[in-house]
Design a protein around this ligand. Sequence first.
Ligand code: B12
Length: 232
Amino acid sequence: MADDDIILSELDDDELVQQMHDDLYDGLKDEIEEAVQILLDRGWAPYDVLTRALVAGMTIVGADFRDGILFVPEVLLAANAMKGGMAILKPLLAETGAPKMGKMVIGTVKGDIHDIGKNLVGMMMEGAGFEVVDLGINNAVEKYLEAIKAEEADILGMSALLTTTMPYMKVVIDAMKEQGIRDDYIVLVGGAPLNEEFGRAIGADAYCRDAAVAVETAKTFIARRHNQTAAH
Ligand code: B12
């Protein structure tokens, strides 16, 4: 090993987080996995590692992709490194032992292959005690409808990261309306290009700007549902 190689375990917390942002940017999966483990060993909460190191790092990647400084191959590597870190955190975030809150079917819409945000939402929901069925990416309306019925889901979650794919969420909600099942489910939508107004316009129950909001919103809607059932 060369003298100027950085030894991650010798960095203090702030330096290490900074280094992780750089390593994520450079798509260094092994380094990210090692650093995640170091922070956990130092007593960091998994949620803090996720948000302060990984999500914050990915935000920098996103900004440079937008500005034409990074291109698809680099961003794919960064995404791959991020996923390596997330895989370590996933069981820890899901380990809260909370009673099952409800079931969510989640997937990215047709034509869209972005899945990092969706995966994060799934992980955080599991951590909060929800059962999560992940349909992956590029889901057609039939796939969503089949899954929510077969799984007897309480919540349908749809993710879209492209302005060209986000209208597809309305296709799914309209199909639910046609089949008379729209109100049987709580529909949550998310993804960077969406906003609250869009969520309302397509007939979703709520737009959630991030995974933490998704968990809080899901809890609120499930509680409301239980109260309604109790009142009948
Ligand atoms: C990583 C990335 C990629 C990776 C995806 C890897 C993967 N496995 O996901 C790759 C390189 C493959 C890629 C490809 C493309 N991408 Co891209 N990508 C990104 C990037 C940089 C980051 C997205 C991300 O992972 N963010 C981190 C996560 C944590 O955030 P998030 O996804 O927003 O999710 C959070 C919330 O939105 C919310 N949320 C998300 N989903 C859901 C779902 C529910 C139910 C709920 C409740 C909440 C919720 O909670 C999440 C967690 O907090 C964004 C930039 C950006 N600013 O978003 C561009 C971006 C989305 N991509 C873009 C583009 C243009 C493309 C391509 C078309 C590029 C090309 N020319 O080929 C292709 C499209 C391919 C396709 N058909 O889908 C544009 C979209 C522009 C637009 N207005 O539509 C963006 C905005 C970049 C830009 N500014 O130009 N991309």
